[in-house]
Design a protein around this ligand. Sequence first.
Ligand code: KIV
Length: 276
Amino acid sequence: MGKTVKDFLTMKKAGEKITMLTAYDAAMSRLLSNCEVDMLLVGDSLGMVVLGYDSTVPVTMDQMIHHSSAVRRGAPDAFVVGDMPFGSYQTGVRDATKNALRLVKEAGCDAVKLEGGIEVCEVVETLVRSGISVVGHLGLTPQTASQLGGYKVQGKDITGAKKMIEDARALQAAGAFCLVLECVPSELATIISNALEIPTIGIGAGGGCDGQVLVINDLLGMFEKFVPKFVKQYQNLAPEMREGVKQYVAEVKAGDFPAADQSFSCNTDYSELSDD
Ligand code: KIV
């Protein structure tokens, strides 16, 4: 049995750290479901990590549904959060509700995540009233990175920090049950975490958050395009994967693969079928 919203609030109260990792397909979510990860996030980082876009902006609802339902099939008991992609909640509460319901009903997500502060609180309130659990996302919000001056640490000055604290309180009041803090100075993330009853999940926000999230491909060393400062690579799989593929190519070219062990044979006399 997977975790519930209530469990995450209890974990915060008990001081037990929460772990979240991204997953984008059934193979990975099946693997992660044996690793005691508390929450899986089908992030719209999907766009950059899996679909080859330069940002998360082009990701569509249909792509999120496609990948979130695969993650759900691979991990039927996991607590799965699906990202609301850019454009799916900015056009009003009606569209936002329709799209969030798709993530819950079609893809089987337990909760949805959306980016922004006070400006998205009406949407958050409506979703929560409709029975949809919501995760907020503050700090560096990649969907609107161009407005933030790029992929930069947020809340470094007092004005920005005060605004982030206000946004965090507003999201909690609107009913969000959890808050992702991305690229926020550790000191500020700790202040926000201490000010809230709901748990904060940090990515590049230091150890004072109530939990941590990483992109699984970063953690495993499978995404080589760039490695953000906040990433710790627990494995370095990309070179090993390449080495395996190179060996396969070499063995096929040399006629060493497949060998008898990987081949089928039978006792039938096929001699009448061959020309010579
Ligand atoms: O899209 C994503 O993977 C995210 C995490 C980085 C928090 O939003």
